[in-house]
Design a protein. Structure first.
Length: 340
């Protein structure tokens, strides 16, 4: 009897589970895997600042020092410059940063205040004599996530891209939406990483109205970084989604939301302020109408749309040159008639 058969018989007699070969991990390109891991680490780090937290305490943590190749202080400083982390103006959090409830009672006794009550009541009494929290509270720097960063983190996942990716700021621009551009490290521009991941998730879930808003945030971020060419393409996505009537699949009834279209022709619209931004950007870049048309069509061809990109451009061009400014009836109703 061979050794393999003996081993199998002994396992059966001992009722041991049959050994199975280890599952192989999905073959993910190294660069994409590193980007996903970077997003997860960054999201977890930012979760530390969902409420006001000490930057010094987080930076001294052995756990976080092991997670990143550069000093945590440097990362936090960069996040502050990017506007993702802001200094917390929260006197109550400053007073409650280090002491527990018993410490608060002792502090109240020392200051001649009543030590009876809950922690919130004790804090209220301390705030009555120290409204800023700087005299009796934590003396160091307290940081927290900005509201914009908190909104972008909602539902953030580390799955792969499912929509045309855009070139990260600072990378080369091979074409509309930068499909062939290398991914930028999350540490270089973490707010771009959050925006891109948010756009991926909303598109994957079929919530294109939210995805449209994320692309508008992308455009604003790119304009602040003087990346006008990429900002123009992001605004093209916003205009295309508006003209097609993008909607959120999550707003539809549960049984039918998986089969219904992500677009509704009755929701088609085009904000004049958005057209003016496109006009201003194209003038700054000294683009001709044909060059703008090429960019618009190239962006639209990469999206799954219910209408032809050529028709969308013809309607957008009317708004761009001001032909719809003088209409007496509802502007969006005219747009829908032109798109039919």
């Amino acid at each position: 009897m061979s050794a393999r058969i003996k081993d199998r018989v002994f396992r059966l007699l001992r009722f041991e589970p049959r050994s199975t070969p280890p599952l192989r991990a999905a073959q993910v390109p190294a660069g994409e895997r590193m980007a996903r891991e970077e997003v997860v680490r960054l999201r977890t780090l930012l979760a530390e600042f969902a409420r006001p937290n000490s930057a010094q305490a987080v930076a001294r943590s052995a756990y976080w020092r092991a997670q990143f190749s550069e000093p945590v202080e440097t990362i936090l400083k960069r996040l502050k410059i990017q506007g993702i982390l802001i200094e917390a103006d929260d006197p109550r959090a400053r007073l409650a940063r280090d002491p527990d409830e018993s410490d608060l009672r002792v502090l109240c006794l020392e200051l001649g205040l009543s030590p009876v009550g809950s922690a919130e009541q004790l804090l209220d009494r301390l705030l009555s004599i120290d409204p800023s929290g700087w005299l009796l509270g934590y003396p160091g720097e307290l940081l927290q996530c900005s509201k914009t960063a908190a909104r972008m983190m909602i539902g953030l996942k580390e799955q792969a891209l499912q929509i045309p990716p855009m070139t990260p700021p600072g990378a080369d621009e091979p074409g509309p939406l930068g499909a062939d551009a290398p991914a930028a490290p999350a540490a270089r521009d973490p707010i771009w990483t959050l925006l891109t991941a948010r756009a991926e998730k909303t598109a994957r879930d079929g919530n294109l109205a939210v995805c449209r808003n994320v692309y508008l945030w992308m455009a604003n971020h790119l304009i602040r970084r003087n990346r006008r060419s990429q900002a123009l393409r992001a605004l093209c996505v916003v205009c295309i989604f508006d003209l097609c009537g993008a909607r959120n699949r999550s707003d539809l009834p549960a049984p039918s939301n998986e089969t219904q279209s992500r677009f509704d022709a009755e929701l088609a619209c085009l904000d004049p302020s958005l057209v003016r931004r496109m006009h201003g950007l194209s003038q700054d870049m000294q683009l001709s109408m044909n060059e703008l048309r090429h960019i618009f069509l190239h962006v639209g061809e990469r999206l799954e749309l219910p209408k032809s990109t050529a028709k969308l451009w013809s309607v957008f061009q009317l708004a761009f040159v001001g032909a719809l400014d003088a209409v007496d009836e509802d502007r969006n109703r005219v747009l829908r008639r032109l798109l039919d």
